[in-house]
Write a protein of this length. Structure first.
Lengths: 146, 148
């Protein structure tokens, strides 16, 4: 028992420790953990919506059936609200556009529908993205931006 | 006889967490500062929110950021570097010709902007020969899932 009471210096204390030194390993693990947390924080909240940039006179590839084309025009109303025209229908709201596109996607299969978004200059960019979101939600992948 | 209490000495085998906490705190502060600097460099943008989208990352994509400014026209940045008005097309052309066929463009535009401020970016992309681009959105709370 006498060795328990002897005076110890720092070296003696250090040498009295047994087992592997965990500090470098824990340091490395924490660095990796924080790196992945930071990466997730940067990359996590962003999503992408793909849009095509059609050129005038572009034609579908040979052999493919003629798709159902929807020309979606967005304009600004007198009360700064976005007004939608789709085909021969005009004066629609964004909600009505959603319903109309859902109907078209049901009628012709989503893969056979081509949507061309044609926004007027004053239309909020947010609404342009909303139309792309509607298409993505309905499974329509052929979306172009005028 | 005076008995010395045992608890004055640190028990053998106990991990000393002080250096660990020091290092972790330094790293947290480092990442906070770097994150803030990176966000500032890309431009502060309020992205439109979307319930669907694609979450895959293309690390080689050209990122075009359109930042709204109070009382002035928008600021356009390509990979964090500001581009003067009308100078977007040459910059994009150089980037696209550097990796023909595999280059993609991501547009990070502020949701508050009118389309007229984003249209020049779309036009420049079309003019340099791109056939598609990706609109960057913020994942909406309760998002439905990945787009097809």
């Amino acid at each position: 028992m006498s060795h328990m009471w002897r005076k110890r210096n720092a070296q003696a204390l250090y040498e009295s420790h047994y087992g592997p030194n965990m500090t470098p390993m824990v340091d490395v693990v924490m660095v990796i953990l924080i790196f992945f947390m930071a990466s997730t924080a940067f990359l996590g909240p962003e999503w992408f919506l793909k849009t095509h940039l059609p050129t005038a006179g572009a034609k579908p590839p040979a052999g493919e059936p003629e798709p159902t084309r929807l020309h979606v025009s967005l304009s600004v109303g007198p009360e700064k609200q976005t007004i939608v025209a789709i085909g021969v229908l005009s004066g629609l709201t964004m909600e009505q556009l959603d319903a109309k596109m859902a109907e078209e996607a049901r009628r012709a299969k989503p893969e056979n529908v081509v949507v061309l978004v044609d926004p007027a200059p004053g239309v909020p960019y947010d609404d342009v993205v909303k139309v792309h979101e509607m298409c993505a939600r309905l499974g329509i992948v052929k979306v172009g931006l005028q | 006889m005076r008995i010395r209490p045992m608890h004055l000495h640190q028990p053998a085998g106990k991990i000393n967490v002080t250096p660990l906490i020091d290092v972790v705190m330094v790293l947290i502060i480092f990442y906070l500062i770097v994150g803030k600097m990176a966000a500032e460099r890309q431009g502060r943008v309020e992205l439109p929110s979307s319930g669907v989208g694609v979450s895959s990352q293309d690390h080689d994509a050209v990122i075009v950021t359109v930042v709204a400014r109070e009382g002035a026209g928008p600021r356009v940045l390509v990979d964090g570097h500001e581009v003067p008005e009308g100078g977007l097309e040459p910059v994009l052309k150089a980037r696209v010709s550097a990796a023909p066929g595999s280059s993609s463009v991501q547009v990070r535009a502020d949701r508050r902007l009118p389309y007229s401020d984003v249209a020049p970016v779309i036009k420049a992309c079309r003019d340099v020969g791109l056939t598609s681009l990706r609109l960057v959105t913020e994942r909406a709370p309760g998002a439905h899932g990945e787009a097809p």
